[in-house]
Design a protein around this ligand. Structure first.
Ligand code: K3U
Ligand code: ZN
Length: 158
């Protein structure tokens, strides 16, 4: 098990637009090891998502792992989904405000307006493309994590 350090608000790494994972990196031991370590780190810090730049790796890679909790009792239980080079290809016009927190912003939560439904195109660790439509809390997590890939924190949206 590898627990990585989490960058905190104010650190430059969290403000960068990250680089795509390139073809030669798919299925590589480096990428597989990074995904394992991100997953271990997300679980260790009780997160429902994580993005590579939060762990000082400026690459377009996120994990989304919705589950019900006291704050989000209606959230669906999902197996963690690894998304390499995720791109939002459609957003609903319907917007929803909901509470967010972040492992990179200690002791702050806020209401953020997000699209209720998103369609996201992403690649698996092997480079297999998938398009997925998510609504509600999982859609919120995807938008929050893709923001991290573009150097944006939820507090920038308050
Ligand atoms: O808000 C958090 C939470 C933890 C357990 C159950 C429900 C919520 C912890 S913060 C979190 O999980 C972020 C992860 C981060 F920092 F990597 F982005 C993801 C997130 C939480 C809430 C809304 C949207 C995204
Ligand atoms: Zn975050």
């Amino acid at each position: 098990m590898t627990i990585l350090n989490i960058a905190q608000r104010g650190e430059a790494i969290l403000t960068l637009v990250t680089a795509p994972v390139v073809e030669a990196e798919f299925s590589s031991p480096w990428l597989i090891g990074l995904i394992d370590a991100l997953q271990d780190t997300m679980l260790a810090y009780n997160g429902v998502g994580i993005a590579a730049p939060q762990c000082y790796v400026s690459k377009r890679l996120i994990i989304v792992a919705s589950r019900p909790s006291v704050r989000y009792p209606e959230a669906p239980e999902m197996q963690p989904i690894v998304m390499v080079n995720p791109e939002i290809v459609a957003l609903s016009e319907q917007m929803l405000s909901g509470e967010e927190g972040c492992l990179s912003v200690e002791n702050e939560r806020g209401q953020v307006l997000r699209a209720e439904t998103v369609t996201v195109l992403f690649y698996s660790v092997e480079g297999q493309p998938t398009e997925l439509t998510l609504s509600g809390f999982p859609a919120r997590i995807v938008q929050h994590e893709i923001d991290h890939l573009n150097g944006v924190l939820f507090v920038d949206r308050l």
